[in-house]
Design a protein around this ligand. Structure first.
Ligand SMILES: Nc1ncnc2c1ncn2[C@@H]1O[C@H](COP(=O)(O)OP(=O)(O)O)[C@@H](O)[C@H]1O
Ligand SMILES: [Mg+2]
Length: 239
């Protein structure tokens, strides 16, 4: 519980992820404590190799820590089985990746429907939700198009629509502007901000501190440890 008496959406306690490379021990996450509440827009920033992807995989229930506890919306994720992890991922998290990860042979509607299909939703509800979601990103009219017929920025918007379709508690974006030119990247960031104003919780991973400045709160990771966690204004003053 935080001061407001709310249970955090993400609650990471003393998280370690340790890889063994022969004799050598790599502490990719080395004692991370982090709580994120519903409605926040947090950037996790750090240079390459600092442990961002490792942390993203843990937050996204794609992997479990070597040690420590992780509660996602009050559920203890730290020692879930693969099936339980898949279930919590499907029901709670919308992923946005740098490379969009759209399937080229599916049209936009089918791409956005995919996570709903995995979640076991029936055809009509799926269709309705996917169209609604495409409408939110301004691409409803193009539902029949294929990813290759769209610009990079539009493809990233489809991937955001796919992330939104299941009405997730959390949108987890890994370098969402990494493959885009700066203007298109700007549009995608503005769109993520808009989603945050509408109440969505957003965690964005980036190696670029100028992109981190678009969030409300910045968490900086260095050698697997958090070495800054604060308001974006404080962050702006130290970079
Ligand atoms: N599967 C793995 N096996 C061994 N070492 C790994 C593995 N994944 C990550 N690492 C190491 O952990 C550290 C953090 O990696 P990563 O989380 O990918 O950092 P970032 O995303 O910030 O670039 C790096 O030293 C990396 O080499
Ligand atoms: Mg990475």
């Amino acid at each position: 519980m935080n001061e407001a008496g709310k249970t955090p959406l993400i609650d990471l306690r003393n998280i370690y992820k340790i890889y063994y490379m022969g004799e050598e021990e790599v502490r990719a996450n080395d004692g991370i404590n982090l709580a994120i509440c519903e409605g926040e827009f947090v950037a996790i920033v750090g240079k390459s190799g600092s442990g961002k992807s490792t942390l993203m995989n843990i937050i996204g229930a794609l992997d479990v820590p070597t040690d420590g506890e992780y509660y996602l919306a009050g559920n203890d994720v730290s020692d879930m089985s693969d099936n339980e992890l898949a279930e919590i991922r499907n029901s709670r998290i919308g992923f946005v990746f740098q490379q969009y990860n759209l399937l080229p042979k599916l049209n936009l509607l089918e791409n956005v429907e995919l996570p709903l299909l995995y979640a076991g939703m029936d055809t009509w509800e799926r269709r309705e939700r996917a169209l609604e979601s495409l409408e939110r990103v301004g691409l409803k009219e193009k539902w029949r198009s294929f990813p290759s017929q769209l610009s990079g920025g539009q493809q990233q918007r489809v991937s955001i629509a796919r992330a939104l379709a299941g009405n997730p508690s959390l949108i987890l974006a890994d370098e969402p502007t990494g493959a885009l030119d700066s203007r298109t990247g700007r549009d995608v960031l503005d769109f993520l901000k808009k989603l945050n104003w509408e109440g969505n919780t957003i965690v964005m991973i980036t190696h670029d501190s100028s992109i981190a400045l678009e969030a409300e709160r910045v968490v900086r990771i260095y050698d697997g440890k958090i070495n800054f966690d604060g308001d974006v204004k404080e962050y702006a003053a130290i970079i």
